[in-house]
Ligand binder design. Structure first.
Ligand code: GLA
Length: 390
């Protein structure tokens, strides 16, 4: 499957070459994630069910004897240099460095003293694929800039989210940063986005999780995301008008929704129907995973996709094609879009013996229809962020 794993030792060599330095940098890793179910529920304070990936962002860092922070991104082949005391007033640049600078600003605001350093970044999380390359970059940067200093893991996740929503300009929920911090090998993370607590749910061993990259990312992503956030708020407002004291869509049960839905304007009603039913699907999916019920897990995947396709309206022609083609394959239990929407990846539950055949079939059909070659990623639940021995 795609992407070459990054070897931390090579990052040290690359760091030394790039900065022409003999320093021995520390290396930190933070993974991307694939969300199995629970889409657009995080900012509605509901449930999500991601796994952290082996694909990750690596940050090598070493102190320098002056007050300058030099940050190099191998993936963008671009360097940004900032004086430490200029960090708090830094402005958004509209590129990769916003995630790192945003995190540095948040650390300073939380009372962490930063000093001059060289920072080398390399990631194998594919950009724009819906696998959270930005959260991986934020969390790896936060761990690197913190170094040996302790910070509560949940505060690291929250700080990454603030950097993304307040500095980089994407009003995201907490899922991606949370998964990057709290990932665990072999398990999915069921997160309650209101209490910010989680349970690890071991996944059945006899199913492969395969992400398929449509290689398409529609540009309207961020503005459409913003619209969905606003439409959900409008739905909450409409429910409140019916006399129910709800603070978010998390407080709306399926039964309540069915009773009052006619009082909610049509677009917010559809958005709310997705969120309310998706929260229930996360809980059902977790039970099905615990019961080792692959058929039910697959059924919930497809129900989730249809809900995103018709009620939340965040799918795309390419993604629907990948889902519809995959679920015709006898070795596929279920398929759905994952992440923010409008392109990116689908995630598929596949019988291990069928993976190769599915891959060939999807490649052939997708090329014939769209003239593009999809990329495939084998998604094994991996550990969350931390320092790596290189
Ligand atoms: C993006 C956001 C997440 C979440 C998903 C949709 O990945 O960053 O917070 O809202 O979209 O589930």
């Amino acid at each position: 499957m795609s992407t070459l794993a990054i070897v931390p030792r090579e990052i040290i060599t690359a760091f030394r070459e790039y900065f022409r330095s003999e320093a021995k940098p520390q290396v930190y890793r933070a993974p991307g994630r694939v969300n199995l179910i629970g889409e657009h529920t995080d900012y509605n304070l509901g449930f999500v069910f991601p796994i952290a990936l082996e694909m990750a962002c690596y940050v090598a860092i070493a102190p320098v004897p002056n007050e300058t922070v030099r940050i190099y991104s191998r993936d963008s082949d671009d360097e940004v240099t900032v004086a430490v005391d200029a960090l708090p007033s830094a402005v958004r640049a509209g590129k990769w460095s916003d995630y790192v600078i945003g995190v540095a600003r948040e650390l300073i605001a939380a009372g962490t003293q930063l000093a001059g350093c060289n920072v080398y970044i390399a990631s194998d999380v594919p950009l724009g694929s819906g696998l959270s390359s930005s959260a991986a970059l934020e969390i790896a940067s936060a761990c690197a800039l913190l170094g040996p200093r302790h910070m509560d893991p949940i505060d690291i996740a929250l700080l990454g989210q603030r950097a993304e929503s307040q500095f980089a300009g994407m009003p995201c929920g907490i899922m991606d940063q949370y998964a990057s911090v709290f990932g665990r090998e072999g398990s999915a993370i069921q997160i309650d986005c209101r209490s910010l607590e989680h349970d690890y749910v071991p996944l059945p061993q006899d199913v492969d999780i395969v992400a398929v990259n449509s290689m398409v990312k529609h540009e309207l992503g961020t503005s459409a995301y913003r619209d969905r956030v606003a439409e959900c708020a409008a739905a909450v407002e409409a429910v409140r008008h019916t006399g129910h004291d709800v603070k978010s869509l998390r407080d709306v049960s399926l039964t309540l929704f069915e009773r009052i839905q006619d009082s909610v304007p049509v677009v917010p009603r559809r958005r709310a129907r997705h969120v309310v039913s998706e929260n229930q699907r996360v809980l059902d999916f977790a039970s099905a995973a615990r019961d080792h019920n692959l058929r039910e897990m697959g059924r919930l995947f497809v129900a989730s996709h249809r809900s995103m396709q018709y009620d939340y309206e965040i799918s795309s022609e390419e993604i629907d094609f990948l889902v519809d083609t995959a679920i015709k394959h006898p070795g596929v239990y279920g398929s759905r879009m994952t992440g923010g929407g409008f392109g990116g990846c689908t995630v598929n539950l596949v019988a291990p013996h069928a993976v190769e055949d599915l891959r060939n079939e999807l490649t052939r059909a997708y090329q014939a229809r769209f003239g593009k070659t999809p990329a495939f990623y084998d998604c094994k639940p991996a550990a969350g962020a931390g320092r790596v021995n290189a």
